[in-house]
Design a protein around this ligand. Structure first.
Ligand SMILES: [Ca+2]
Ligand SMILES: [Ca+2]
Length: 203
């Protein structure tokens, strides 16, 4: 835990308190311009009507889009996973009914100190993407996830080849978790994990 000395010399704040204390004029926080572009990519794909705010219905709609193009027939499980994302973001949002890009970045700022939470999300996402449960993400399984996110046909062949670090034709659980950590908590434009959801404009 990082202690923040108070001006009067007694008491201290946690990192979370420090984030909460940052004023409205200091919303960009610790996220770099590059990290912002990366998160913007995910945010923009989920913000279907483009009004700059995510609502609970956006998360349900994404789960529905994804379930509709899968063979797995597990719409309830996908809805539960996406609802978990919504709860995590909404409870840290200024407005509990809608989440802005700055709200998401506030959470992203904290992820570097929450490795267990990041890994838990990676495991849940891996299990969701792996429709046939063979503990491998195939190119087709990956493409369906991305197309659900984007809501449109997307060529994922080049990105998939980068994510498949050992070149065996699939993305293993180990490979995926490493990329997921890089995407949410890393700041390296050249890392394959940067491209989990596509290529940010600044990479
Ligand atoms: Ca699979
Ligand atoms: Ca592989």
């Amino acid at each position: 835990m990082v202690m923040i000395p108070s001006p009067c010399g007694e008491g201290e704040g946690t990192v979370a308190a420090g984030v909460a204390e940052r004023g409205a004029g200091d919303d960009r926080g610790m996220a770099s311009t590059f990290q912002r572009g990366k998160v913007q990519l995910v945010f923009g794909a989920m913000d279907a009507d483009g009004d700059g705010a995510l609502r609970e219905t956006d998360f349900d709609a994404l789960a529905g889009r994804w379930a509709s193009i899968r063979a797995a027939g597990d719409a309830e499980r996908l809805t539960a996973i996406m609802h978990g994302w919504w709860i995590t973001l909404a409870e840290r949002s200024r407005d509990p009914e809608s989440v802005t890009l700055d709200d998401v970045l506030t959470v992203v700022d904290l992820l570097g100190q929450m490795p267990d939470a990041v890994d838990a999300t990676a495991e849940a996402m891996f299990d969701a993407i792996d429709e046939d449960g063979d503990d491998r993400i195939s190119p087709a399984e990956y493409q369906r996830m991305i197309e659900a996110w984007n809501g449109s046909p997307t060529d994922t062949a080049v990105i998939f080849a980068r994510l498949d670090a050992d070149g065996d034709g699939t993305v293993s659980r180990t490979e995926f978790i490493r990329h997921w950590r890089e995407f949410w908590a890393g700041d390296d434009p050249t890392a394959p994990g940067t491209h989990v959801f596509g290529t940010p404009p600044t990479a």
